[in-house]
Design a binder for this molecule. Structure first.
Ligand code: PNS
Length: 160
């Protein structure tokens, strides 16, 4: 049986914490769809196609296998995407109890909506303080984000 997992997120921008979780998912599942989701609750820094291209470059540079692919989803439920591609599992990275509290109702809702289970994965604690929102803030205030994001993201942010 081909186990397909979806790793969804805003990826605005992708961080080393995201790459870590995606690499762990690639070890567990046959196929991993990294899904850039438009989140209407958040105002984005990077347009969706730029987030996709930076993810593709970052995952290639990190040496992830071809079983990991990048996609985007801007209309409809996340579980609709899962049903469309035959994915039965969502993977979410958990940095703290705050993430557990935030993710739990969504996990139960996604299971209730479409029977899609959520697997929580723990990233390397070295990335526990890293989030896209803090990266955006540090970059906007002129700080160095290179320790927190893939090289291609750091280059892109430095140039914009
Ligand atoms: O990186 P983020 O911003 O924390 O990612 C959040 C995301 C995109 C995973 C979350 O907003 C999400 O799951 N959106 C899908 C919307 C949806 O299907 N909602 C209904 C069931 S919970």
């Amino acid at each position: 049986m081909n186990r397909i997992a979806v790793v969804p997120g805003s990826f605005d921008p992708v961080t080393l914490g995201h790459v870590d979780v995606i690499a762990r998912a690639a070890h567990v599942f046959d196929e991993v769809h990294v899904l850039v989701v438009h989140n209407p609750d958040k105002s984005a820094l990077l347009p969706l196609p730029k987030r996709v291209s930076l993810l593709e470059r970052s995952l290639r540079e990190a040496g992830l296998p071809p079983s990991v692919t990048v996609h985007s989803w801007s209309v409809g439920l996340l579980v609709d995407y899962c049903t469309e591609v035959g994915a039965t599992v969502l993977v979410k990275g958990i940095r703290s109890q705050v993430d557990v509290a935030y993710e739990t109702p969504m996990a139960i809702m996604n299971r209730s909506l479409a029977g899609v289970e959520t697997v929580f994965m723990l990233p390397d604690p070295a990335h526990a303080h890293v989030s896209s929102s803090l990266v955006r803030q540090v970059a906007a205030l002129g700080g160095d984000v290179a320790p927190y994001v893939p090289a291609s993201v750091a280059e892109y942010l430095a140039a914009t």
